[in-house]
Write a protein that binds this ligand. Structure first.
Ligand SMILES: CC(=O)N[C@H]1[C@@H](OP(=O)(O)OP(=O)(O)OC[C@H]2O[C@@H](n3ccc(=O)[nH]c3=O)[C@H](O)[C@@H]2O)O[C@H](CO)[C@@H](O)[C@@H]1O
Ligand SMILES: C=C(OP(=O)(O)O)C(=O)O
Length: 438
């Protein structure tokens, strides 16, 4: 087991390149199930443990998968007969494996998938996924920890989502591509990753219109074929680097970051006194020595993304005054604040909001990531802290960040990733020496 060791207090400067988006590639990998002929070739694929896990699940379903991490490319051949069973070992480790349900049902007429259950950020029910698939004609039962769905054929329907769920929109959209007739999904999710998925499906021969708006319309077709697709850049990774740059009063160009997808973050950074320059090749962040407080509320896209909430709270804690963060999407997504308390954070929780008292002089401590973005938040706090911060539980970070510590090291951070056993005997000076090597 490893941990990240950071000697804080160094400004980040230079350029950093954004990878392909985790939250786009996972459903697109699942979409490959729908291609009964030809191969689906994806490029700009991030090398992440979630991507590997999804590949394993697809292989289990009898899809031929060829992943070339050096090329950031993966090829799928789903032209053989597929299995329709997604076991617990995959679904329990990764929530996004739930999005194989829609395509598998559409392709094979049957699916048996382990119930995903909750996770560290909240209860994460799937009722909206199931409601939508039922409206397309699926018979769905839940027993023995599994969801089992059956449909000789799916028929287009008008589906209204009570909440614009990303996963439910993706599952229903994929199932509807092979349904008879027209499906409309009203109050659907509008995330850019939904548009990326719709673009892939359309390249596969589907007829999906309106992705990125509140109403998606899908005209079912008889079959889909493979295609080549370049996955969009990761707006959450981009946002993480933007916040890290601001937290260290740095000067960083986040290459490949698209300002259109990070508007709420850009607006909040500017409100806090950070200079944000939208350039042809990405976004440049120029920090400030005095951050101003700001109030933030997470919401479905185009609102402030919940996946940047933990990172943003670190910046708010650094600001000169009291800020609030209202988390409206996931009910348990403040676990990182408990860890930040060890680093000197002062806050209280009021309902769905955290009241964050700055300016915080973070002091290095040994902390543990409770989920993916919590891990990123702890690393950012470590970059801004006095002394040494050690972040444990890196399996979460590896779900969503490729070479995070190397990228930060290239930007001037004193940071390294070390085997936990090797650090037991180390003195603080030795840890500092290690973190400077990167
Ligand atoms: C792989 C992927 O892309 N994951 C993203 C996706 O997760 P995910 O698709 O799980 O998130 P959803 O948009 O579905 O969930 C958002 C909210 O809807 C509720 N809900 C959802 C489904 C349902 O059937 N019933 C229900 O009540 C959830 O409890 C939560 O409060 O969107 C989230 C919100 O942008 C992001 O944080 C995740 O990074
Ligand atoms: C919560 C996240 O992912 P997932 O939905 O896969 O858990 C995330 O990307 O921050």
């Amino acid at each position: 087991m490893e941990k990240i060791v950071i000697k804080g207090g160094h400004r980040l400067t230079g350029r950093v390149k954004v990878e392909g988006a985790k939250n786009a590639v996972l459903p697109i990998q699942a979409a490959s199930i729908l291609a009964s002929t030809g191969q689906t070739k994806l490029t700009n694929v991030p090398v992440l443990s979630d991507v590997v896990m999804m590949n394993k699940l697809l292989q289990f379903l009898n899809i031929q998968v060829n992943f070339d991490p050096n090329e950031h490319a993966v090829t799928f051949d789903a032209s053989h007969q597929l299995s329709s069973k997604a076991p617990f070992q995959y679904v329990s480790k990764m929530r996004a494996s739930m999005v194989v349900m829609g395509p598998l049902l559409a392709r094979t007429g049957h699916v048996r998938i382990a119930m995903p259950g909750g996770c560290a950020i909240g209860s994460r029910p799937v009722d909206l996924h199931l409601k939508g698939l039922r409206q397309l004609g699926a018979q769905i039962e839940q027993h023995d920890g599994f969801i089992e769905a059956q449909a000789d054929h799916l028929t287009g329907a008008h589906i209204y989502l009570d909440f614009p769920s990303v996963g439910a929109t993706q599952n229903i959209m994929m199932a509807a591509t092979l349904a008879h007739g027209i499906t409309t999904i009203e109050n659907c999710a509008r995330e850019p990753e939904i548009v990326d998925l719709a673009n892939t499906l359309n390249k596969m021969g589907a007829r999906v219109h309106g992705a990125g708006t509140e109403l998606i319309r899908i005209q079912g077709v008889n079959f889909l074929h493979g295609c080549d697709f370049h996955v969009m850049e990761d707006r959450i990774e981009a946002g993480t680097f933007m916040i890290a740059a601001a937290a260290t009063n740095g000067d960083v160009i986040v290459e490949g970051a698209d300002p259109r997808y990070n508007e709420p973050l850009i607006a909040k950074l500017r409100e806090m006194g950070v200079t944000v320059v939208e350039q042809a090749d990405g976004i440049r962040i120029l920090g400030t020595s005095v951050l101003l407080p700001t109030n933030v509320r997470t919401a479905p896209y185009p609102g402030f993304p919940t996946d940047l909430q933990p990172q943003m709270t670190v910046l708010q804690l650094l600001a000169n005054g009291t800020s609030t963060m209202d988390e409206t999407v996931f009910e348990k997504r403040f676990m990182h604040l408990e860890e930040l308390r060890r680093m000197n954070a002062n806050y209280e929780i009021a309902g769905s909001a955290a009241v964050l008292h700055g300016p915080t002089k973070f002091s290095g401590a040994e902390v543990s990531a409770t989920d993916l973005r919590a891990g990123a938040a702890l690393v950012i706090a470590g970059l801004a802290a006095d002394g040494i911060t050690q972040v444990r539980n890196l399996k979460y970070l590896d779900r969503g960040y490729y070479h995070l510590h190397q990228k930060l090291h290239q930007l001037g951070a004193q940071i390294d990733r070390i085997d936990i056993d090797d650090t037991i005997q180390m003195t603080p000076d030795q840890l500092i020496d290690h973190s400077s090597r990167g």
